[in-house]
Design a protein around this ligand. Structure first.
Ligand SMILES: Nc1ncnc2c1ncn2[C@@H]1O[C@H](COP(=O)(O)OP(=O)(O)OP(=O)(O)O)[C@@H](O)[C@H]1O
Ligand SMILES: O=P(O)(O)OC[C@H]1O[C@H](OP(=O)(O)OP(=O)(O)O)[C@H](O)[C@@H]1O
Length: 216
């Protein structure tokens, strides 16, 4: 049995068409069922539903053999014990720095001001501001980062931006793009040795679906 870890929402929704290209179907809809283990039409493949930020942990500790995780989540996790063979080019966005519309971020940086930055991504933010030589106090949040500057709790946020709609709706502006993000296939290194054949087959399924031009 191969266990594939996915998170509900955009990763599940964007992974499904990749599997479908190889005729693999998940037999229950996670939005309708409360089940956490979902069968597929392949008797040897099942899907487990975990939080997006828990996918690397499930794969690292063998709760799943393979999974799909955002690069943002993988960087924060550290990637220990994980083989990362393929960029699936799904769930694409950026990690960016954003501030309230009236805040002169460039001036604050030039002045060497100490900034308070709210984020769900402290590792990415710490590394980015350290490279720039900007002093920051990081405030760890688990969601709704946009609220932090609006309530005066932070000067800036480091968050994911895709269309920019969330920032615009909250009168925030993107002032720096830190890195592009997409989702990555992650595989448990021990499982890859023990279940080599079926895992390589599943990795091929993903490779064919997302990079067909790379295959002969
Ligand atoms: N607006 C977006 N556009 C495109 N991709 C996104 C966007 N927001 C997040 N992502 C990507 O999709 C992944 C999953 O995001 P999702 O919103 O489903 O989970 P989450 O609520 O961030 O996670 P958790 O439940 O663990 O807090 C993120 O890790 C990121 O890589
Ligand atoms: O630029 P946009 O297209 O508006 O996308 C950006 C938003 O998407 C993500 O939130 P998400 O929609 O996943 O909500 P959640 O993390 O609160 O579930 C992210 O945390 C931003 O708030």
């Amino acid at each position: 049995m191969i266990t594939l870890a996915l998170s509900k929402g955009r990763i599940f929704d964007e992974t499904l068409p990749l599997l479908a290209e190889a005729g693999i179907q998940v037999l229950e809809d996670p939005e309708k069922s409360r089940k956490l283990i979902l069968p597929t039409n392949q008797p040897e493949l099942r899907v487990v539903l975990v939080r997006a930020s828990d996918v690397p942990t499930y794969v690292q500790f063998g709760g799943a053999d393979i999974g799909v995780a955002g690069k943002d989540v993988l960087i924060e996790h550290g990637g220990q014990g994980l083989y990362q063979p393929l960029d699936l080019q799904i769930a694409k966005c950026h990690v960016s720095v954003a501030v309230p519309a009236g805040f002169d971020y460039a001036h604050a940086v030039r002045q060497g001001a100490r900034l308070r930055v709210a984020t769900k991504y402290p590792a990415i933010a710490r590394e980015f501001f350290a490279r720039k030589g900007v002093h920051v106090d990081l405030v760890k949040l688990y969601g709704s980062m946009e609220l932090a500057p609006l309530t005066g709790m932070a000067d800036a946020i480091v968050d994911l931006v895709s269309t920019g709609n969330t920032l615009r709706a909250n009168n925030l502006v993107e002032v720096e793009q830190i890195m592009p993000i997409s989702s990555q296939l992650v595989v448990n290194q021990a499982a890859l040795r023990l279940k080599q054949l079926p895992l390589r087959h599943l990795m091929d399924v993903f490779a064919r679906a997302c990079h067909p031009e790379a295959l002969v």
